[in-house]
Design a protein around this ligand. Sequence first.
Ligand code: PSV
Ligand code: MN
Ligand code: MN
Length: 430
Amino acid sequence: MTHLPISADLIAEQNDKRLEAVEEDYAALSRKLTRNGINISDVRQKVSDFSVAVPSWGTGRGGTRFAKFPIPGEPTNIHEKLEDCAVINQLSQATPRVSPHFPWDKVQDYSALRRDAEALGLGFDAINSNTFQDQPGQSHSYANGSLASTDAATRAQAVAHNIECIEIGKKLGATDLTVWVGDGTNFPGQQDLGRSLDRYLDAAAEIYAALPDDWRMLLEHKMFEPAFYSSVISDWGSSILAAQTLGEKCKCLIDLGHHAPNVNIEQIVARLHRFDKLGGFHFNDSKYGDDDLDSGSINPHQLFLVFNELVEAERNPRGGFSPSYMIDQSHNVTDPIESMMSSADAIVTAYSKALLVDRDALHAAQETNDVMLAFQTLRDAYKTDVSPLLAAVRADKGGAIDMIATYRASQYRERKSQERAAVGLGAGIV
Ligand code: PSV
Ligand code: MN
Ligand code: MN
């Protein structure tokens, strides 16, 4: 029995006001696609089947190391976070899973949490471990690294935490463990660059050995921060080498904010897929570094090009194709529910546009080196306004045509600000 947080009547009432306009625009889009030889129903089915997970940690106001500005009614525990995730999913109909982070998410009873999630129409996605911060009462500090620490007891503690995350994940029905470590150095000479990777690989192999058969370990690389001179798993090269060393069930996860400026991320997608190591994504956007801004807010074209490679990869699966899609964002100045609905929309938009690329025309232009035609084939798809299609898919599934307007009309946050305890001030999270 599901108990969804937003009234279905309110959604229907809000949709009624907008349905006629959506139907008109949808019919025009359908005619345009038919002229291009595309059956809109085929695209509609794929869009309807698409989903992306939301991060439990993204439901609260994030912050910077300078400050955090909480809003009234933000969640104070994992149960309230799930409730907010259910709002995002109910209105967007595109985010049915939550990716938790431990020990940030404090849980007494994992089976009860799973039941809670199910009652809200949610499941769990990749479990994120955390060995980049010390926790109260922890025996060994991560100040000098975790899986790559020079101290064997610290490495063992980091391994044990990751294995505990696998155990938690089993109870929650997850099948992926995402491992990001902040290990690295701030000074030349601080650590031996070769030996620190050796230590990381040995420790990671112990985690890998604890993976159930149907699980995957996703290695998330990041160029810098918190370490500013070198990071142990700094880039996709280090990541794929580690994943190949660890084994078949180890794949690479791309966080869009974790690269040097101007890096061609879509090419990284193609490379990882080529060697069957593309495991998943942390979607976000950035202007300067790992800004964790809303997906598609700065560079929606890059997001489209990433999805163009993903659609290409799906059609040419080689060893397989099942990347996990997750949002990883920090919402410092917006209501996180609104940001994540808008982000999910940007992600589904990029996917839908990538589905519209005339692949035969593109491949023919590539084969004959017709550069402009190849580029225009991508551009035609990118220019297409798919919003009526997305709105129709959402409405069909019980979601909102206008997600933000419907959310505001529901007064959900106002209600929660009466019910929930206030969140403290303080600096934010990584
Ligand atoms: C690190 O910057 C990261 O992208 C990892 O995914 C962490 O788990 C997450 O951010 C924490 O916000
Ligand atoms: Mn990330
Ligand atoms: Mn990050």
